[in-house]
Design a protein around this ligand. Sequence first.
Ligand code: F6R
Length: 262
Amino acid sequence: MAEVVIVRDPAEGGEIAAELIARLVAAKPDAVLGLATGSTPLPIWKALAARNGTAAHSLDLGRVRGFALDEYIGLPPGHPESYRSVITREVVEPLGMNPALVRVPGDDGGPTEGAGERYERDIAAAGGVDLQVLGIGRTGHIGFNEPGSSLVSRTRVKTLTEQTRADNARFFDSPEQVPRHCLTQGLGTILDARHLLLLAFGEAKASAIAGAVEGPVSSSLPGSAIQLHPFVTVIVDSPAAAKLAYADYYRFAWDNRLDFER
Ligand code: F6R
């Protein structure tokens, strides 16, 4: 079962996630991180940036490698909302990562056809993802694996749902500008990561979180694939946890974790 941590607010969630990442990097300075974009992980990047190079933390992410979950298809190179631009702006630069070590699907200059297979090979050549940061969409997607995605899918082209396009329209000047297609790591790709770290904040995510953590495992709610993974940490605030049947138990388990689990 996933470890579910119910936090006061996104800032506390970001601190806990940042601590997990900092411990990983302390043990393995060239760790491979799987990177999600969107609003949800922003408190993690903020908490990590605050630790970067401070006397108290001396966190150095300069050798960390990164693989983004997904990328839009069809945006002109350098578009500010391409996930390459977003990752550079929100993750690579503030955290002092080496841009040459951070990849986004389809960034190898090759054709879109076959880009998924090539990305898979590159992840494998890096030794696989140590820790995969995930958000979840209102459709239950992780990465851009929309409902109906195979539980064993690999990196490939997907068509975004109209719901997801509408949700992401806030990043663009008009809803029409949101691309219809993307390259995304598959559910099988995500499940290959050694540790999954799924975050969600706000009541709009409550149904998706309940389905992902406690619902039946189903391609109708792709986030439920996390139940097939042995090492998952879910960090949610109370509004996102509102539909979890076992919320009291998750709080009890977190409050009573053993010393070596802290
Ligand atoms: C982004 C991604 C998506 C988002 C999800 C939630 O790289 O893979 O699954 O995590 O759409 O987006 P936010 O965090 O903006 O609510």
